[in-house]
Design a protein around this ligand. Structure first.
Ligand SMILES: [Zn+2]
Ligand SMILES: [Zn+2]
Length: 508
């Protein structure tokens, strides 16, 4: 409340069209809002010819192993046997009374309903990774450590949870570089990231940047401190020729109320990204980008998404892959050149979630990365079945590799060219798309029981090619392909072209 009052009292010339343009992303607003029209002002020079090395047969000695751990959402008050059907946005907490019957009681190893991660799941996930994957080069941690008790955040509570989780990771991975980023659940209140020059303690986000700079310093060089304190983002040369750029792209989230105060490039993060990539290009480095929110989501401010997309397209030789979280699902997106829509320029992959919130199995991912090109050669998703785990509280969950991306989808690697081909195959092959849909929810029993009809499949298909918010060019193309293939295959549903359709908010 303090934040909203501060923003409304301190925003000069605030118009209803600005509020409408941000909250509803332009749809239904009475007029265009000039303050939402901005560009990143950096002279990027001419784009070099595309010379991406697509695929190389690396032998075992030439690969890096990267773990992605996303959306931990640890609930410190999770109570096994507690109330999993509580009528609140989130349940299974010690303060929420007793369950009405046995079916409503919270599982020992977590719960498919609207419940977050008990400490035992988090601990078990980390132990499983240590036990099973002997050589890990890097860990990408893609945000959202704090739980979904969004009515109950405070700087103190959030700090405690963030500190507890990061300390455990430091203890478990003292020698493995971990590259963390912030999620939209880290600030208090949820979602709101103030520009760094807002120092009023009641509304500033600087406490979060300070705690992050401190806790992350175990893994990051001291040069990262300046930009972490400025806006929660940083870059590290992980090894010669290979750079990691860690963004705080939660500033683009349209529920970040500070966009109303200043809808432009907050803390000049995109400008910094473009300048950093320009330096990388000159130094012939390859880059992985980490960012919590997938850039094409309806939740990401249209202008921010467009400018980000422009930068990714400009640096297609440099940015090899983007790693996201936030949705809790297992999916990917292909970025395409705007002027040449058949040309794929980059790929993003999503890490899923440690939390089973909601109707999901907990997971982590393992990427095999070529150590010369930094292309992703394969990705594995590891899970345990929550129903089975909860049948026995005294036995730790049985983790297993759910699938290898390369094996299931028959791609040679996860490069843009290969992933573009895969989108066409998913459109043409309904059973492959159904398989993608099962992995999307990580084979969770409750989600599989709900099923995924034609409309649901088309949504997921569309989403694979949506990387620029509000741009349905690729989605329309895939819908036509789907329609043609399924008409031949006798799919009964009437298929509408989903122009402008993007993914609805599910988790986050
Ligand atoms: Zn999130
Ligand atoms: Zn999340």
């Amino acid at each position: 409340m303090d934040t909203v009052v501060y923003i409304l009292n301190n925003t000069k010339g605030l118009t209803s069209s600005r509020i409408c343009g941000i909250l509803f992303q332009g749809s239904g607003c009475s007029k265009e809002e000039p303050s939402l029209e901005w560009t990143v002002d950096v002279d990027l020079g001419p784009k070099p010819n595309v010379r991406r090395t697509d695929y190389r047969k690396a032998n075992a000695a030439d690969v890096l192993t990267i773990v992605q751990l996303s959306d931990i959402h640890h609930d410190p008050t999770y109570l096994p046997g507690g109330n999993a059907v509580c009528g609140k946005p989130m349940c299974c907490r010690s303060s929420q009374g007793s369950p009405e019957n046995r079916d409503a009681s919270a599982g020992y190893w977590g719960d498919y309903r609207s419940c977050d991660t008990p400490w035992n799941i988090f601990e078990d996930t980390v132990q499983q990774i240590k036990r099973t994957h002997q050589r890990i080069d890097y860990i990408y941690m893609t945000g959202d450590i704090v739980d979904h008790a969004i009515w109950n955040t405070s700087i103190e509570k959030n700090s405690d949870v963030i500190t507890k989780v990061l300390k455990q990771l430091q203890a478990d991975f003292p020698d493995t570089p971990v590259f963390p980023i912030l999620g939209n659940h880290e600030p208090s209140p949820l979602n709101v990231f103030a520009p760094h020059y807002i120092t009023n303690k009641k509304v500033s986000t600087n406490w979060l940047y300070q705690i992050s700079a401190e806790m992350w310093s175990v893994w990051l060089p001291s040069e990262t401190r300046e930009t972490i304190l400025k806006g929660g983002f940083y870059t590290v040369l992980a090894q010669p020729g290979f750079r990691i750029i860690a963004l705080n792209n939660n500033v683009c989230y349209h529920f970040n109320w500070w966009l109303i105060y200043n809808p432009r490039d907050q803390d000049d993060q995109l400008k910094w990204l473009a300048e950093t990539l320009l330096q990388s290009e000159k130094a012939a480095e390859k880059v992985h980008i980490l960012g919590h929110i997938p850039s094409g989501d309806t939740e990401c401010l249209r202008t921010w998404s467009r400018e980000f997309h422009k930068i990714i397209e400009r640096f297609e030789n440099t940015v090899i892959a983007i790693f996201n979280g936030h949705t809790h699902n297992d999916h990917f997106h292909v970025y395409y050149a705007i002027e040449e829509p058949t040309h794929p320029v980059s790929v993003s992959v999503n890490g899923g979630s440690v939390t089973p919130f909601s109707d999901l199995n907990s997971n982590y991912k393992i990427y095999t990365v070529d150590s010369a090109t930094y292309n992703i050669l394969d990705s594995e998703t590891w899970i345990f079945n929550l129903t089975k785990a909860n049948t026995n509280a005294s036995v730790n969950p049985t983790w297993f590799k759910l699938y290898s991306f390369k094996d299931i989808y028959g791609v040679e690697s996860l490069t843009p060219t290969e992933m573009d081909k895969l989108t066409h195959r998913l459109a043409a092959n309904r059973s492959l798309l159904e398989e993608y849909s099962r992995y999307y929810v990580k084979n969770a029993d409750t989600a599989l029981a709900n099923g995924c009809d034609s409309q649901c499949l088309k949504t997921k298909l569309c989403y694979t090619a949506t990387a620029k918010m509000g741009d349905s060019t690729q989605c329309d193309r895939l819908m036509q392909e789907y329609e043609a293939a399924n008409e031949r295959g006798g799919d009964s549903g009437i298929i509408n072209t989903v122009s402008g359709y993007l993914k609805p908010l599910i988790n986050g």
